[in-house]
Design a protein around this ligand. Sequence first.
Ligand code: PLP
Length: 390
Amino acid sequence: MTDWKAEEDRYVLPTYEKFPLVLERGAGCFVWDDQGNRYLDLYGGHAVCALGHSPSVVTEAIAAQSKRLLFYSNLVYVKARAQAGKALVELCGAAGAQAFFCNSGAEANENAMRVARVVTGRPKIVATVGSFHGRTAGAMAATGNPKYKKQPAGLGADVVHVPFGDLDAAAAALDADAAGFILEPIQSMAGVMTPPAGYLGGLERLCRQHGALLILDQVQTGLGRVGAPTAESAFGVSPDLQTFAKALGSGVPAAAVLAAKSVAARVKSGDLGSTFGGGPLACAAVSATLSEISRLKLWENAVALEALVRETFAFPEIKEIRGRGLLLGLVLDGPSKGVRQALLEKKILVGGADDPSVIRLLPPLTVSAAEILLLRDALAEIFSTQAAAV
Ligand SMILES: Cc1ncc(COP(=O)(O)O)c(C=O)c1O
């Protein structure tokens, strides 16, 4: 029998620390490996599978689209692109906004920063310490976590970093050169860091005052995950630019910049471009995903299951539960790695974070209470085994 792990290690660069699984299929919140083992996926395929794995609404939509027209670029109009744009604007409650489609979160952030520079005619981007915005040069320049900035030189972009949550520092950085302020409204990779109350609203006011654009990186927080579908309802702000990726296409690569009406009016032909972005296949996946999120109001499930986690995960080993909706960080009283390993042995997938004490939960937004309680029960067993061992 072929050892697919060995084959992949032989032919694919080892750029990721992987779960030691060869996955063959998925359905709902579960995935199965090539040995027939079933795993509960509370990492949501890397925060991508908001509708669960291989949701039929999406697989059917892309199968149908692939047979009609697999691809044509932005040089022509296609129904699927119009429908995807409409679905995004409507879900985000952003009347008059317009989308630019691309392929990944990093690319969406690059394009959002580009729009901010083009529209304001200013060079500088302000970003936050600890942030993660992607690995292309500009997105990495905006990333404020040194762990991801190891490449020696050439980041190029004019980016300054200020502490996340500090309005005085933001005010000082937002000078006449500032084109925009980019941030994750909740810093996910850092360890699910939520800013102090009033921070995002204060930032919006500062940006308006200084003529800079507010750019929300909603790659993880968008599309209902934090318990509300719009930036206004989730965070009380109306960003000039928002970026989306991850869940947008349910796993078919798709990303978008959503420009508010006032910004969209100032973007011209030739300012942005992408061969594959907005292709019919990706757009069919986007429309199907967004319609299903809206139809099922999945943000309401995120609110209900956050409450369940907060009520039932009362273990002394969990010091704090950070985050909102189904972007949650369980902060342990020590390193989380051993507990994540023990969960893997119990066939439950969860994420880590740059804060080593954090277990990150990013399950499908369709996850059920019973599935969340499987995690609670597994943690109870792991913590009691650990306690017995000391
Ligand atoms: C908040 C945020 N922004 C941007 C990115 C980059 O997205 P991609 O990997 O699709 O380029 C990520 C990826 O994890 C992310 O979490």
